[in-house]
Design a protein around this ligand. Structure first.
Ligand SMILES: [Cu+2]
Length: 453
């Protein structure tokens, strides 16, 4: 590996060849790569490789990839740890801590065999570090404050430098006042593409981080002492209905990489397909060790990537299967009213509050349709409208949209899927419609495989 010359002239010389001048802000520290800032929570189009081996770049849901510069063969990145205002969903902003203008932080992308030099500037009010989760690297680059290095004081910049000796999916987060800094939103993904462009190649490669906050309705700052009872379950610090869809062209080979830095596991379930785990944060899973799944449990402090061939067109839900995790902020101490007759009570309450609504006596679906008066900076517990009505979800939910004829670098929302005639559930009107297909009588009476045993 080419060893870089680290001197002031080399650094300054390289800074003239920045990848892009848009959205870069000047730092006062001479020689540092400029720190890119992202101002929106929209999914950014993938960053195509500009040097070295070819690879299919990842698409970070509601996120972006951190630009780099080349300096004598070394890929240089500049992460800035800082307080950020992140739009969690339309109508709700969190006052979080993150990197380069957003939480979660930008995705870092590089290639197996690269040497990376990552400048970390601390603009937080307290010290921090960055730990490179899953990476094989020198002990002193591992980022555990006090153990592998001194903490990075406020206002200082530290440099991490190491070789990427294996490809895969990794994460980064502070190892310094970790409980507080992770509860505030500090985390990101680190993708190392294989050196061989053909190895594990896919057509679409999505990545997102599972994270959680506890923000009281009407407030902005997460409660940092919460251990289990979080009320906002996010993908990349974003909530349904404003998590962008995963847009896929029919017959594409698709990978979805999911990291989990919350304090509980999340069974991620995708409709319409079965698929196989092909990568963990420990590395690629050999084909003979894989098995089919429709839900993958993403462990705490772990990453799972799965792959499928997008054979089936449609709008397919993808969500955490813990049903509280597909709800937005709610009071967990709300009593259950199912089966309770609130008629008399409603009459009484309406005398003092005429717009009082009795909720929850038949379930809670009415909450998704009602225009409930909410405190400022709060999203409804469940929301989102599809082609056929309210979706009644929140939090960790999105839609995989598989369509024919989507351009290779097009991730724009194609709208709702139109089910072909005869392929949508319908109301029974007393007789079968013309479109109902005749079924072979023999297949109706054939015994199930189990009954033969
Ligand atoms: Cu979950």
């Amino acid at each position: 590996m080419e060893k870089p010359m680290i001197n002031r002239r080399a650094l300054l010389g390289a800074s003239a060849a920045l990848i892009s001048t848009a959205a870069w802000t000047r730092t006062s520290n001479a020689g540092l790569p400029e720190a890119a800032i992202m101002e929106t929570a929209k999914t950014q189009t993938p960053t195509m490789p500009t040097s070295g081996p070819d690879y299919q770049p990842v698409v970070t849901l509601n996120g972006w990839t951190l630009p780099h510069r080349m300096n004598n063969g070394v890929k240089e990145f500049h992460l800035v740890a800082e307080p950020v205002e992140r739009e969690l969903a339309e109508g709700m902003t969190g006052y979080l801590w993150g990197y380069n203008g957003q939480s979660t932080g930008p995705t870092i992308e590089a290639v197996e065999g690269d040497r990376v030099r990552i400048f970390v500037t601390n603009k937080l009010p307290e010290h921090t570090t960055v730990h490179w989760h899953g990476m094989i690297l020198p002990s002193g680059m591992d980022g555990v404050g006090g153990l592998s290095q001194p903490h990075i004081p406020s206002g200082k910049t530290f440099v991490y430098e190491f070789d990427l000796i294996k490809s895969g999916t990794f994460m980064y987060h502070p190892h310094s006042d970790e409980m507080v800094q992770m509860a505030m939103g500090m985390m990101g993904m680190f993708i190392v593409h294989p050196k061989d462009p053909k190895f594990m190649r896919v057509d679409r490669d999505f990545v997102f981080m599972l994270n959680a906050f506890d923000i009281d309705p009407g407030s902005y700052v997460p409660k940092i002492m919460t251990m289990t009872d979080f009320n906002l379950w996010c993908w990349n610090s974003r909530l349904f209905p404003d998590i962008n869809p995963l847009v896929v062209n029919k017959d594409d080979r698709v990978r979805v990489r999911v990291g989990n830095l919350t304090m509980t596991n999340h069974p991620i379930h995708m409709h319409g397909y079965d698929f196989e785990v092909t990568c963990t944060d420990g590395g690629w899973v050999p084909p003979e060790a894989r098995w089919p799944e429709v839900s993958i449990d993403i462990p705490v402090g772990g990453m799972r990537a799965y792959e499928f061939d997008a054979k089936y067109e449609g709008d397919w839900a993808i969500h955490c299967h813990k049903s509280h995790h597909t709800m937005n902020a709610m009071g967990h101490d709300v009593p259950t009213f199912i089966g309770v007759n609130k008629k008399k009570l409603t009459k009484t309450i309406r005398k003092i509050q005429p717009d009082y609504m009795p909720m929850g006596t038949a379930g809670m679906a009415d909450m998704a349709e009602m225009e409930m008066p909410l405190p400022d900076n709060t999203v409804p517990m469940m929301s989102g409208w599809g082609a056929h009505g309210p979706i009644e979800m929140g939090g960790m939910f999105s839609v995989v949209k598989v369509r024919q004829g989507i351009g290779s670098n097009d991730y724009s929302d194609p709208g709702w899927y139109k089910n072909p005639p005869g392929t949508q559930a319908y109301e029974w009107t007393g007789k079968l419609p013309e479109s109902a297909k005749a079924v072979d009588a023999k297949t109706q009476i054939s015994p199930s495989p189990q009954s033969k045993i």
